[in-house]
Unconditional design. Structure first.
Length: 128
């Protein structure tokens, strides 16, 4: 299973890209581990553009042939963009979770909090 080094992660299996960008906007998705655990994702509900999300709080859901799982906001802020391609074709999350399967973008408000680096996330996954 791939765990890209440049991303940061949550214990709920979301990833965050772009923490070092000057725009303050980060990209959010779910990890390959989560996508694999869910199985074939058939429906995804994402927060609306302009919505406020709170780190650690549910802000959407992913439904697969096996189950329904909440998607948690890994950071707090305002949703600036939603990937409508994954709402039209949720299988993109399974096939390319770190690329075309991204979920939404958030303009950070405050400190991003305690996100895991790739090594810590890999250890978390190995222990579960």
């Amino acid at each position: 299973m791939s765990v890209p080094e440049q991303l940061r992660y949550t214990e709920e299996h979301e990833w965050v890209a772009g923490l070092d960008s000057e725009s303050g906007v980060v990209t959010v998705g779910i990890t390959a581990y989560a996508a694999d655990a869910l199985g074939d994702i058939v429906y995804v509900q994402l927060p609306d553009e302009g919505a406020a999300v709170e780190a650690g709080e549910p802000c959407g859901e992913a439904e697969s042939t096996k189950s329904v799982s909440d998607i948690y906001a890994p950071v707090s802020g305002e949703v600036t963009s939603v990937n409508t391609a994954v709402t039209d074709d949720p299988a993109m999350i399974n096939t390319d979770p770190y690329g075309e399967g991204w979920l939404f973008k958030v303009r950070l408000e405050g400190d991003p909090g305690d996100l895991l680096d790739a090594a810590s996330y890999s250890k978390l996954v190995e222990e579960s």
